[in-house]
Write a protein that binds this ligand. Structure first.
Ligand SMILES: Cc1cc2nc3c(=O)[nH]c(=O)nc-3n(C[C@H](O)[C@H](O)[C@H](O)COP(=O)(O)O)c2cc1C
Length: 253
């Protein structure tokens, strides 16, 4: 067959495509377990970060194994479900569509069961890490919020995925801004979530400062998204009933 013939050109092109597609498919399938393991390691590191347990030299697997216990929480009842495996959770299977007036965080659906992470100090649970997500200006922001065992004091917040603009809304990743969440309170005397990001800087003398976090300058819309996310997830429709149990002194140990 001549090198210039159409048949040979097609044959070479088809043959090359077939070989390349086999190489790409085999690599994708072969690397999948490693990609999943890396994603899981990154998620664990983020859980530790939110709980203030991640330093540069932290052995993530060891600390996670020693201090953290994943459990399944039924958001409808606010109860931890004893016989469900967090690793086998398929949130999409049991999620419900939110009504527009309920969906202040712009998440469209809410799963019934979510994995939460109990952080132990010896025999006692001293923190609980909750997965949270909500819409900012451009994207859905995914993070973890760590609360004390009192169900009211913020131990830390971290974000591991978002598409906000670097330097503006992207400052939600800035450790200096995230540090401003530590020690803040979620609730006052009632059930209403009071915690949120304000516009401008918090006045430490203000009686409201316990529930306020500095706004991100030039990124009020992302800041509002963070407040909406906190209000949704810590409110009645999500973790509220579970946190009410903790505030009433129920122990997780
Ligand atoms: C290219 C571009 C990217 C922006 N990205 C963000 C963002 O990620 N988050 C945000 O809140 N505002 C962002 N803004 C600014 C918003 O449009 C809006 O002006 C701002 O949120 C108002 O905040 P301020 O009242 O603190 O200035 C962006 C603006 C431009 C032009």
């Amino acid at each position: 067959m001549s090198n210039d013939s159409i048949a040979k050109t097609l044959l070479v092109a088809i043959g090359l495509s077939l070989v390349c597609s086999v190489i790409v498919s085999v690599s994708a399938v072969g690397l999948k377990p490693r990609q999943e393991a890396n994603a899981e390691a990154a998620r664990r590191a983020e859980i530790l970060r939110s709980a203030g347990l991640l330093e540069a030299d932290t052995d993530v697997d060891a600390v996670f194994r020693d201090r953290v216990e994943a459990r399944v929480l039924d958001l409808d009842s606010g109860q931890i479900v004893a016989d469900m495996d967090p690793d086998a959770l398929d949130g999409a299977a049991t999620s419900t569509m939110l009504l527009p007036e309920e969906d202040i965080a712009g998440i469209v659906r809410r799963p019934r069961y979510v994995s939460v992470y109990l952080v132990r100090d010896g025999d006692d649970v001293d923190k609980v890490v909750l997965p949270v997500h909500g819409y900012g200006l451009w994207s859905t922001m995914y993070g973890f919020l760590a609360l004390g065992a009192d169900g009211n004091t913020v131990e830390g917040l971290s974000f591991y995925q978002h598409g906000e603009t670097p330097g503006l809304g992207g400052e939600i990743e800035n450790p200096r801004w995230l540090a401003g969440w530590q020690g803040k309170k979620v609730y006052g005397d009632g059930e209403d979530v009071r915690l949120g990001v304000i516009k401008g800087q918090v006045d430490p003398e203000s009686p409201q400062s316990e529930w306020q976090v500095d706004g991100l300058s030039g990124a009020t819309l992302t800041s509002n998204g963070v407040t909406n996310m906190i209000h949704y997830w810590l409110g009645d429709g999500a973790f509220g009933p579970f946190l009410a149990r903790l505030r009433n002194g129920e122990s997780l140990s």
